[in-house]
Structures are given as structure tokens and as C-alpha cells.
Design a protein around this ligand. Structure first.
Ligand SMILES: *[C@@H]1O[C@H](CO)[C@@H](O)[C@H](O)[C@H]1NC(C)=O
Ligand SMILES: *[C@@H]1O[C@H](CO)[C@@H](O)[C@H](O)[C@H]1NC(C)=O
Ligand SMILES: *[C@@H]1O[C@H](CO)[C@@H](O)[C@H](O)[C@H]1NC(C)=O
Ligand SMILES: *[C@@H]1O[C@H](CO)[C@@H](O)[C@H](O)[C@H]1NC(C)=O
Ligand SMILES: *[C@@H]1O[C@H](CO)[C@@H](O)[C@H](O)[C@H]1NC(C)=O
Ligand SMILES: *[C@@H]1O[C@H](CO)[C@@H](O)[C@H](O)[C@H]1NC(C)=O
Length: 854
């Protein structure tokens, strides 16, 4: 699902590639929808767009007149952007009160190296920047960018709510950022917080020299506070003793009066600027411009110590020779009686802060040990260190986003506009999303199927946070039961995504992986109920969630069904492509994993079958727990877990492999062709790769063996003592197929597209490399099979530790060598991490693997 979008940050990848992907998206077959329109459909301003909007509104008006009684005044929204009309799960009492206040502030801007905000649509934002060098020029480090080439960064400790410690290594300098929240007598809503930033030379203890330069170098860091709502800030004159005076302050709804203080003990130079700008997505440029202007005027890269009228952004610059350390403190409710600012300030700076940070480290460590018990489970400190980083980056990567998704307008609402016209879309309702992210640099936003895996880990660390995140996702469901699979909310998020990919299609699915964690939670509720100790609020949670899950299940069960009753396929593959070796299936989450060469509605996808079986079983369980009718889910689950039926639809007796079914030929190749662009008369012919089909496709099995073939095993539909089970253990261990010393590869070496490019620029993605989410699912099944009575218990028990060791060994090695967890692991280069990094989304499942928590 996460299409590799090198183009968004890497200028070297071709624009041709981008265009064609955009086209794929645009070609999704329309889904028929009823309903009227429309409140807000004319974003953008070009004449063409306006024309389209007028047409759309015209069509809409027709629907509208037909669909509504004259008594109704509010225009109806199109169904696609109408919320499911049931109570929101995130409105439950358990997410208000104490919980909400505790979670108010956080490092909820994971796309920044250090970014703090509150969980409100318009927040005070805080963040760290520093001066680096990129391509021989000064550059501001601010948003996480792979092109910054930091040697390493990430949270080493983070508890998800009150404390975190991060290290960033950049060009020989180490920045350590510690974040602490605190509630004291006199604090306003959400409490106070402090950030300590330590700046030192990398390897400070060694007396070596770097690049022939002496180690005593100086550097500048910046810290800002910005009012998203645009309210202006008050600045205090720079006193001699900065420690005693606030630097900037203001007043904001909920938290009341606030002050921001800087405290330092070393001799550092402090300057500042007050700026006015309501577009927060280009703060980096704003600060760089301010600095460059000063540079031209004074010859020094130093902020001007002045502020614009009505400044809503305060930037502090702190320069000093390494090492130095500063404490920054945010105090809320300073206008309340008994606020006692000096006392609170003392408690959050200097030695007091030091003491509290040490205490928080200890608390983290104890809780980490209690939760994952790694000391009993893995070899040593090298592994445990990776475990801590995996957890900390996962929970430290949780973000709060607010905004409106853009939704493609279904075809029947559109005029006859030419293909590839400028984007035209509807806006989803304004919504909040609290979610973890796959990668702070490359995918710093919510992804539906990733989130199911993220919550497997987070729910073990802090169940409340997990419940909250799941609630936010389910609340994004529209009246048809659809959830946009990629959440690009707000300008800051959008600034990281090329325009072509922003628009979401209501016909597109994405695996219901949230059901994995929902089932886990339901099983624990079932146990609590049996022991008579179920909490009222857990029951409430499941009851409130239930109608949403029903709508969600039904959406899959109806829109993704196959021609044969009770079968499924991922709808929306491109059947007209002449560029792709095998048309991608982004909706499945496995992007370029090979499917039928010729997409038709005869297709059957075995992974979706298994997801539906798992979802139906989960629904049946929840229905029973909450006293709802469960019969139809049970019947559907029985049908989908019936091995005879599954085998009829997906089992190739000859090879003993589970396969997709469809119109397919193995004889498809990419060939170079010379093409002339008809629009350019004198143009030189271009050489491009085109797909050629050398043999007529036939209906039948799609003989690619890989992760998809292992779904009946991974989701444990194969009974423990069936002969198919025994056969699958042999398949699992076959070195020609998926087994490697670094984990299970995504596609067998025997597949005709193993490690093949899909287009000239589309490198193999799910066609060989090792991915942690699928390894976790398969390993987890292996573990459970090794515990279940049956003929194959012993074999499973033999393979399980081998696969587990392989995964742990490689991820731990790669982390220590490269400083990161990676998107996936390559085989040609002996298990090296590749793709986006840090990728602390599902790769962090390595911690559950270490702790044997399945
Ligand atoms: C989770 O929330 C419940 C109340 O809703 C509370 O009793 C419990 O202590 C919370 N757990 C954590 C880890 O915060
Ligand atoms: C610091 O030490 C590590 C390991 O010894 C080395 O790889 C790295 O290059 C050193 N960094 C600097 C800036 O000297
Ligand atoms: C300072 O912090 C400690 C907790 O570490 C707390 O017990 C004490 O009450 C705080 N002092 C003030 C003035 O709030
Ligand atoms: C910031 O973004 C806004 C809106 O996209 C734009 O108008 C403005 O020029 C940008 N400012 C800078 C400094 O890039
Ligand atoms: C799912 O779809 C199948 C086929 O249309 C239907 O028979 C079954 O009842 C549906 N299941 C549920 C729970 O709605
Ligand atoms: C499984 O499906 C087959 C074929 O549809 C059917 O004959 C059989 O009764 C089913 N088994 C169970 C246990 O429902």
C-alpha cells in the first residue's frame, strides 16, 4: 500500500514514472453511488477546475432535487464524504477527563526531528532546528529527511505519554533531546513540560580530530514556539540573566496564560526573532530566509533580536562551543492564582530536572523489563538495546493530525473532462487522527493496514493509547463503511506527498489488519468476562465500536467480492496497463506482489479470503461478547475456514501451493520500444519499456509462490494436524522458496518475476526482500502450531526458534551497523536494510518477536 514514492524527495527519479502512477490511480473503475450533493466541492482556482466544479454542481443539483424533500434545508453531503451516523468511539468517556489531560501535550509531530504539540486542531507548536550543511550550503535541519543523511536518530526511550529521550547524530555532532511532562501545583490544563537539549561532539570522550579540524567547534540550535491559530505572542526584553525571565508568552484556550523559559549554565549566545506566518508547513524556509537576510546585512548568521508586528512565532537561537546544554520550559496556567512560577521553573531546570530525568529513565527501564521480559528471552544487551529503540520509536512516532482528506469524485459526478485533468476532489469532513506512523522521514502519516501491526506492539505497552488510536481510525469511516487508507491531513502532512498521491479513492480497499489487534483485545475481554472481572468501560468500548465494525466488514464483504459466491479479490487493478510487467495491487498492501497477469473479475485472491475469514471470526466473537446476533458472522467464518471450500478455490493439488486464481500467462515481458511523441513533430524517438504478452492468458492458478501463498498458514486456517500443515512446514523450510538466514523472503526464487522490475523505474519491492510484518504473522502462527497438539507439533517447534533467531540476528546486526530499523531487508547484500529509514513501524515488531509475544 505504501507505494514507493522516491519522487517526492528524490529529484533524480523520473517524472514519467510519477505521471503514470497518477494515471493508474485515476483509472480505478468507478463505483456506483447514490446521493445528493454538496456543500464544498470547489477547491483550487484554475479555470478548468472551476468548469469541472460547475458541471459537478449541475449534476449534483439534479440528484439533489430528486433526492430531497423540500423541507430539508441543509444540503446533503455526497455519500462518499458523509460520516457513518453512529456515535464516535473517540467520544467515549474513557478518552476524556484524566486521560485526555494526561495525553494533551506530546511529541506528536513525528515528521520533525523534535516536534511538540497538543492534541487540538489548532495548537501551540514547538520544535527544534539546527544548522547543518547540505551540498556545500547551509541548511536548516527541521523535518526528518533521508537526504539530510543523519548518521543516526531516533528515540532511545519513550513511554508514549510523559517522557522521551532521543539522540540525533549529524556531521560529527550529537544532539540529545529529553522531553518531560510535569503536573505541579498551579499548572494549567495539560501541565507543564521541559525539553533538555545537549549538544556535544560525537565521540566527545575521544581526543581524536575530525577532518583535521580541532574538536572545539561551535554550532547553533534553534527552538521555536508557534501559535497555529495565529494569535500574537508577547516577548520579554532580553535580560542579562535569561534564566530568571520568561522569553515569550501568551494565552491560549484551555491552557490559559503560558510562558516559555530558557535556562542554560554554559556561556552561550542567545538571539531571537519574532515572526508572523500562519503557514506552518514552511517554517524551515522562514527561519532560513530570516537568517540569510541577517547574514547579508551583518555578515553573521544570527537572528535579529527583534520581532515583527503581531508575531505568532518566536524563534530562539542558541550558539555556543561544544559541548553545551540548555533547558527549555513551558509553563501553563501562569495567570492562575498560586501559579508559583519560580518554584515550578526551578523544578524543571538544572539539577532538579536532571534528577527527574534519571528517575524517568529508571521507571522506563522497569516497565520495559516487566512488559517484555527480554532478559530471559534474548542473548544480551545488544538485543535489548534494539528492543528499547523499537518500542521508543514506535510510541515516540505517534502523531496527532487534523485536516480533511481529499476524495476522488466518482465518475458519475464528473463531466467529460479529459483524462489526467487537474485534481478534482471532494473534501472529507474535518477530522482528527491520532496514529502511529510507518516512517518519520518517508511516511510520516497514518496508513490503515500498517496501523493494525503497530497496535499489536502498542497495545502491549499502553492499552489505553491503543484503544484511543483504534477509535480514531474507526471514526474516519464513511456511511458506506469505507476508511481512506492513507491519511494526509493538514498542510504539514500534505507538503510531504506529491499531489498525484493525495487523492483517495472510495473504491479502494486495504487489508483490515486492525482486526488483528481488535481480536487480541476481544480475546482478553472474553477472558475477563469469564473471570467476572470485565471492566464496564471495556464493554462500552466494544459496544460503541460494534456498528462501525459491522459497516466495515460489510463494505469488504460486498465491494470486494468475487464472481464465484463467497470468494474475494482486491478490486481496482489496472487492466489496461502497457507499462507494468504485472499490474500492481496497491490495495492489498503488497503493491507489486505478482497476481494474475490480466486483471478481470474472474480473479480470486487468497490473501483477501484469509483476511475475510479472520475478520468474520473476530466479528462473531465480538458479537457474542456484546450480546449481538452472531449467526451470520459465524456462518461466514465457517464457510471461509472450511478447508474443502478454501482448497477448491485456492489450492493447487499438483504443487501443493495456495495460489490466486485468474486470467494469467507467465509469458509476459518488458521490451524496449522506440516511441515518438506525436505532439513534438521533430522529436527524437524515446526508448521506453513496454509490456509484451507472448502467449494468450488462460483462466487458472497464478503460480507465484510467496507471502500470499502463506496466508492460510499465517492466519491459521490450516488445521494443525492436516497433511497440508505438514506439507507447509516443508515448504516453509525450503531454501528455494522463502527461507533465508535473514528471515522469510516475500517471493520464491522460483517465481518468474522474482526480483524483477515492474517498470523501468519500479524496482522490486514485494518481490524478494524480507518484510517484518509478514514474518511476524508467519512466525506467530508457527509458534502457535508448535504449542497445539497434532502430528506436526514437533516439526513446528523445531523450525520456530530457527526463524526467530534469523530475524533477530539480522535486524539487530543491521541496527548496530546502520543506526536504523529499515523498511525491508535485502538478500543480495546479506540482509542489509533498504528502503525508507528509520522505519520504526511494523519493523518494530522485532520486539514482540524477542519477547515471544504473539
Ligand atoms: C487506562 O485507563 C484506565 C481508566 O480508563 C485507568 O484505570 C488505567 O490506569 C489506565 N492505564 C494506564 C496505563 O494509563
Ligand atoms: C565516532 O566513533 C565511531 C565508532 O568508533 C566512528 O564510526 C565515527 O566515525 C566517529 N565519529 C567521528 C565524528 O569521529
Ligand atoms: C517538584 O517535583 C517533585 C517531583 O519530582 C514534586 O514532588 C514537588 O512537589 C515539586 N515541587 C513543586 C514546587 O511543585
Ligand atoms: C509558505 O506557504 C504559503 C502557502 O503555501 C506561501 O504563500 C508562502 O509564500 C510560503 N512562504 C515561504 C517563506 O516559503
Ligand atoms: C458475506 O457475503 C456473503 C456472500 O454475499 C453472504 O452470503 C454472507 O452472508 C455475508 N456475510 C455477512 C456476515 O454479512
Ligand atoms: C465444507 O464445505 C464442503 C463443500 O462445500 C461441504 O460439503 C462440507 O459440509 C463443509 N464442511 C463443514 C464442516 O461445514
Amino acid at each position: 500500500m505504501k507505494e514507493r514514492r522516491r519522487a517526492s524527495t528524490d529529484a533524480s527519479s523520473s517524472s514519467a514514472d510519477l505521471k503514470s502512477s497518477g494515471k493508474n490511480n485515476a483509472k480505478r473503475p468507478p463505483k456506483s453511488k447514490r446521493g445528493g450533493i454538496v456543500r464544498k466541492v470547489c477547491p483550487g482556482s484554475t479555470a478548468l477546475l472551476l468548469g469541472i466544479c460547475v458541471v459537478a454542481l449541475g449534476v449534483a443539483a439534479l440528484y439533489w432535487i430528486g433526492a430531497l424533500s423540500p423541507a430539508m434545508e441543509e444540503p446533503v453531503r455526497p455519500r462518499a464524504v458523509t460520516p457513518l451516523p453512529v456515535p464516535r468511539v473517540s467520544d467515549l468517556k474513557q478518552f476524556k477527563g484524566e486521560y485526555r489531560e494526561r495525553m494533551f501535550w506530546g511529541t506528536y509531530r513525528p515528521q520533525n526531528y523534535l516536534g511538540i504539540r497538543s492534541r487540538t486542531p489548532q495548537s501551540l507548536l514547538a520544535g527544534l532546528m539546527w544548522l547543518g550543511v547540505k551540498d556545500g550550503r547551509y541548511a536548516i535541519r527541521h523535518t526528518c529527511e533521508e537526504s539530510d543523511k543523519l548518521a543516526r536518530y531516533g528515540w532511545l526511550r519513550h513511554d508514549g505519554s510523559t517522557y522521551g529521550r532521543q539522540e540525533l547524530l549529524d556531521q560529527g555532532v550529537t544532539l540529545t533531546t529529553s522531553f518531560l511532562k510535569s503536573w505541579e501545583d498551579g499548572s494549567g490544563y495539560g501541565g507543564d513540560w521541559a525539553v533538555r537539549i545537549k549538544v556535544e561532539a560525537e565521540n566527545a570522550t575521544e581526543s581524536s580530530q575530525e577532518d583535521g579540524q580541532p574538536k572545539s567547534r561551535s554550532t547553533s540550535i534553534f527552538f521555536y514556539i508557534a501559535e497555529e491559530a495565529g494569535r500574537s505572542l508577547s516577548f520579554w526584553p532580553k535580560g542579562k540573566n535569561v534564566a530568571d525571565a520568561p522569553f515569550v508568552g501568551g494565552s491560549a484556550s484551555e491552557i490559559g496564560g503560558w510562558q516559555f523559559h530558557l535556562h542554560h549554565k554554559e556561556d552561550v549566545a542567545v538571539s531571537y526573532a519574532g515572526l508572523r506566518q500562519i503557514h506552518m508547513h514552511n517554517l524551515t524556509q522562514l527561519v532560513l530566509n530570516t537568517l540569510m537576510n541577517q547574514g547579508r546585512l551583518t555578515g553573521r548568521l544570527q537572528l535579529p533580536d527583534s520581532s515583527d508586528r503581531h508575531s505568532n512565532i518566536a524563534v530562539l537561537q542558541i550558539s555556543g562551543s561544544l559541548p553545551f546544554e540548555v533547558d527549555m520550559v513551558f509553563l501553563s496556567g501562569v495567570d492562575k492564582k498560586g501559579a508559583d512560577v519560580p518554584k515550578r521553573l526551578k523544578n524543571l531546570t538544572g539539577v532538579e530536572l536532571e534528577r527527574r530525568l534519571i528517575q524517568k529513565e529508571q521507571e522506563f527501564e522497569n516497565r520495559f523489563q516487566d512488559t517484555f521480559k527480554l532478559n530471559e528471552k534474548v542473548g544480551g544487551e545488544k538485543e535489548v538495546e534494539v528492543g528499547r529503540a523499537a518500542l521508543s520509536n514506535m510510541v515516540g512516532g505517534i502523531g496527532y493530525f487534523h485536516g480533511q482528506s481529499r476524495i476522488a469524485i466518482p465518475a458519475e459526478f464528473k463531466g467529460q473532462e479529459p483524462e489526467l485533468s487537474s485534481p478534482d476532489y471532494w473534501l472529507y469532513w474535518p477530522a482528527e487522527l491520532f496514529t502511529a506512523v510507518p516512517s518519520r522521514s518517508f511516511f510520516p502519516r497514518g496508513f490503515l493496514w500498517d496501523e493494525g501491526f503497530h497496535q499489536l506492539l502498542i497495545s502491549r505497552w499502553d492499552r489505553n493509547i491503543s484503544l484511543d488510536i483504534i477509535a480514531h481510525w474507526l471514526d474516519l469511516m464513511n456511511v458506506d463503511g469505507w476508511i481512506p487508507r492513507e491519511q494526509i491531513l493538514g498542510a504539514e502532512a500534505r507538503s510531504k506527498v506529491p499531489e498525484e498521491f493525495v487523492i483517495q479513492h472510495t473504491s479502494n480497499a486495504n487489508p483490515p489488519a486492525l482486526m488483528l489487534v481488535i481480536r487480541r483485545l476481544a480475546l482478553s475481554l472474553e477472558l475477563d468476562l469469564k473471570q467476572g472481572q470485565a471492566r464496564e468501560e471495556d464493554m462500552e468500548y466494544f459496544k460503541t465500536m460494534y456498528p462501525r465494525l459491522q459497516a466495515w466488514f460489510n463494505w469488504f464483504n460486498t465491494t470486494q467480492s468475487g464472481k464465484q459466491p463467497g470468494t474475494y479479490y482486491w478490486h481496482g487493478r489496472d487492466s489496461h496497463t502497457s507499462r507494468e510487467l504485472n499490474p500492481k495491487t496497491l490495495t492489498s498492501g503488497l503493491d507489486d506482489y505478482p497476481r494474475a497477469s490480466h486483471p478481470t473479475d474472474d480473479e480470486r485472491h487468497v490473501d483477501l479470503w484469509c483476511w475475510m475469514a479472520h475478520a468474520a471470526e473476530t466479528m462473531s466473537l465480538i458479537a457474542r461478547l456484546t450480546g449481538e446476533p452472531h449467526e451470520s458472522y459465524e456462518a461466514t467464518a465457517n464457510g471461509l475456514t472450511n478447508l474443502t471450500r478454501l482448497n477448491e478455490m485456492h489450492y493447487d493439488l499438483e504443487s501443493g501451493h495456495y495460489y490466486d486464481y485468474g486470467l494469467h500467462t507467465e509469458e509476459v515481458k518488458l521490451r524496449w520500444k522506440e516511441l515518438k511523441d506525436p505532439r513534438i513533430k521533430t522529436g527524437i524517438p524515446q526508448r521506453i519499456l513496454r509490456r509484451v504478452v507472448l502467449k494468450k492468458p488462460k483462466l487458472g492458478w497464478v503460480p507465484h509462490f510467496g507471502y500470499v501463498s502463506f496466508f492460510p498458514f499465517a492466519l491459521r486456517i490450516i488445521p494443525a494436524d492436516s497433511t497440508i500443515m505438514g506439507h507447509h512446514l516443508a515448504l516453509l523450510h525450503s531454501h528455494d522458496l522463502l527461507w533465508t538466514e535473514f528471515g522469510l523472503r516475500s517471493l520464491a526464487t522460483t517465481s518468474s518475476v522474482f526480483m524483477k522490475h515492474n517498470t523501468e523505474h519500479d524496482a522490486p519491492y514485494w518481490r524478494g526482500p524480507v518484510w517484518m510484518n509478514m514474518n511476524y504473522l508467519i512466525l506467530s502462527a508457527l509458534y502457535k502450531y508448535s504449542q497445539e497438539e497434532g502430528h506436526y507439533k514437533k516439526t513446528a517447534a523445531l523450525l520456530y526458534p530457527q526463524l526467530r533467531d534469523n530475524l533477530i540476528r539480522n535486524v539487530v546486526k543491521q541496527y548496530h551497523e546502520s543506526g536504523y530499523l529499515w523498511e525491508n531487508y535485502d538478500l543480495k547484500s546479506k540482509g542489509k536494510g533498504q528502503g525508507s529509514h528509520p522505519f520504526s513501524g511494523w519493523t518494530s515488531l522485532i520486539l514482540l518477536i524477542m519477547g515471544e509475544m504473539y
